[in-house]
Design a protein around this ligand. Sequence first.
Ligand SMILES: N[C@@H](CCC(=O)N[C@@H](CS)C(=O)NCC(=O)O)C(=O)O
Length: 203
Amino acid sequence: MKLFHSATSPYVRQCLIAAHELGLIARIELVPAAAHPIDRDRTVVATNPLGKIPALITDDGTALHDSRVIIDYLNELGEGDLVPRDGPARWSVLTEQSLADGMLDAAILARYETALRPEALRWKEWMEGQLEKIASGLAELEARSMHFGDRVDIGTIAFGCMLGYLDFRFPQLAWRETRPNTSAWFEWFGGRDAMVATRPPPA
Ligand SMILES: N[C@@H](CCC(=O)N[C@@H](CS)C(=O)NCC(=O)O)C(=O)O
């Protein structure tokens, strides 16, 4: 399998962690990609018309995206239990994944706002709106994380990568200061081998 990859993408990281946890990592060849919303990477567009990463080409040549589809595919391939099959746990974990990904979407938009958008075109209230989404999500995570225990599934993987991205790109948010449950949980989860092996490079 080939995975379009960047070491700084939190969505790519989720796929890599799933592959590590499922024992599939050795079967994945990483293809360096420079996804960018304006300067589009044509090699990625050929596999994912949106030009976004991650995108996966399976061994039979099928193109898969986005991260949620890829993780679901890997979970099935590896006969794993990262996605609960049924019952209330399934809907709860899928909702957690959705929340973490939504927080990441807000964080990526906020990042593009400062890293890509010309200063004269920036919109302060819009940026604040994205940061508020992250803050509300962190409040929900603080309530949930005390019940996580040693869960490793698509919900906790997505939250772990979201927190890792905040540490990487938004250290000034200092999210740990007012969120002791999340902080204690991430202390453990962030030390797992798969998390350590996929840490983004120094900012
Ligand atoms: N919903 C997508 C989001 C992927 C995404 O936004 N990836 C970023 C890199 S972290 C990207 O490719 N950005 C380029 C663009 O927006 O065109 C997923 O879960 O895979």
